[in-house]
Design a protein. Structure first.
Length: 319
C-alpha cells in the first residue's frame, strides 16, 4: 500500500531514564512474541477469507465513484484546509487508479487537471484511504501475520479486532504497515483501521514495553499513527468517512507529578485502594484530518451481488 503523501514530520527516538544495562534487559524481556507464535483463534480463517473477497470487490471494474475530500490541519505552522474532488477507478488495462482534482464546477468547459494535495499546502496526507482492505488480499496474506486480539463495538457493530504485521522483508506499497483492523464479522467489512509505519511501530513498542516493565523512572517517545473510520456504506460495501493522521509526543513517569492517592468508598469509610503506578502525558504536534462526503457512484454492484460473493454463494461478483 502506498501512503504517498508529503510528510514534514521529524521522528524522534524513544528517550529513557534509568541504568543502561537494566533498561536493555527490561526491553529484551518484555518484547512481544511474534504473532505467529500466538495461539490462533478459530474464527480467523473465516474472517480472512471474507476480507480477501471484499478486497477483490475493490479491484472490480464495476466499482467506480467520486467524492469530495477535505483536508484540515494544525500544528507545524499555520492551520489550513483544502478541498478536492477524489476519483476512484479500476480497469483491467491500467489497474487501480485514483486521483484528485480541484472541485468541479458545471460551468467549466473542460475537466480540471489532476492535482496533488501537497500543491495546495497539505503538509501530510494518506494517498488513498481505500487501500487498507488490500492488506487482506489473498495474494498478500502470505506476507502478513494476523491475530484476533479482541472484540469491541464500533459504528454500532460488534466488531472483531484483527492485528496485522508484515513478514520480513518489508516491501513498500505491499506489506509496509503494522496495525489493528476492526472488522464486521458477518460480511468481512472494515469498520476502522489504526496503523503505523515500521519505524513508528518500533518506537511505540519499545516505549510501551519499557513503561510496562516498571523498571525505568521515565520514558518518552514521539511517533505517528493513521486512523481510518469507514462510516460510509453503499451496496453492502464500507467506504472511508474520515482519516486522522496524528504525530504526538508521549511521556510516562513512574511516579505521579502530584502524588494523589486513589480511594474507594466501602462501608461508609474511605479506604486506600492503590497508589497510581505512573502517569502518562500526550502532546499532539501535528494533526491532519481527511474527510470524505458526497459519494457519487458511477457504477457499483448490488447488495445481493456483494453479499453472495463475500459469503461464497457464488464464485464471481456478478454479471
Amino acid at each position: 500500500m502506498n501512503d504517498g503523501g508529503s510528510r514534514e514530520v521529524e521522528k524522534a527516538r524513544v528517550h529513557l531514564r534509568s541504568g543502561a544495562v537494566v533498561l536493555i534487559l527490561a526491553i529484551l524481556l518484555t518484547v512481544s512474541l511474534p504473532l505467529q507464535a500466538q495461539e490462533e483463534d478459530p474464527r480467523l480463517e473465516t474472517l480472512l477469507r471474507r476480507l480477501s473477497r471484499t478486497a477483490e470487490l475493490f479491484r472490480d471494474t464495476t466499482l467506480q465513484f467520486a467524492c469530495t475530500e477535505q483536508f484540515r490541519w494544525r500544528g507545524a505552522g499555520d492551520p489550513g484546509e483544502a478541498t478536492f474532488e477524489y476519483v476512484f477507478v479500476y480497469d483491467d488495462e491500467n489497474g487501480f487508479e485514483d486521483y484528485r482534482t480541484t472541485p468541479f464546477h458545471a460551468k467549466r468547459r473542460k475537466a480540471p487537471a489532476e492535482i496533488s494535495p501537497s500543491d495546495r499546502g497539505v503538509p501530510w496526507f494518506l494517498r488513498s484511504a481505500y487501500l487498507w482492505i488490500f492488506v487482506f488480499r489473498e495474494s498478500r496474506q502470505g506476507l502478513h501475520h494476523y491475530r484476533i486480539v479482541g472484540e469491541e463495538e464500533v459504528l454500532g457493530v460488534d466488531a472483531v479486532l484483527i492485528e496485522f504485521e508484515p513478514i520480513p522483508p518489508i516491501q513498500p506499497e505491499v506489506n509496509d504497515w503494522y496495525g489493528v483492523a476492526w472488522v464486521d464479522p458477518a460480511l468481512g467489512q472494515l469498520l476502522k483501521v489504526v496503523a503505523l509505519e515500521p519505524d513508528d511501530h518500533q518506537i511505540r513498542r519499545t516505549f510501551e514495553d519499557t513503561w510496562r516493565s516498571n523498571i525505568v523512572d521515565e520514558a518518552r517517545a514521539e511517533y505517528s499513527t493513521v486512523t481510518t473510520v469507514f462510516t460510509q456504506e453503499r451496496s453492502g460495501l464500507r467506504f472511508p468517512g474520515k482519516v486522522t493522521l496524528e504525530n504526538a509526543r508521549y511521556r510516562w513517569r513512574k511516579k505521579p507529578e502530584k502524588a494523589k492517592e486513589v480511594y474507594k468508598r466501602e462501608g461508609g469509610r474511605n479506604l486506600l485502594k492503590e497508589r497510581p503506578p505512573g502517569v502518562s502525558r500526550k502532546k499532539v504536534l501535528m494533526r491532519v484530518e481527511q474527510t470524505y462526503r458526497d459519494y457519487r457512484f458511477f457504477s457499483v454492484r448490488t447488495v445481493d451481488e456483494v453479499e453472495n460473493y463475500i459469503l461464497r454463494r457464488r464464485t464471481d461478483p456478478g454479471p
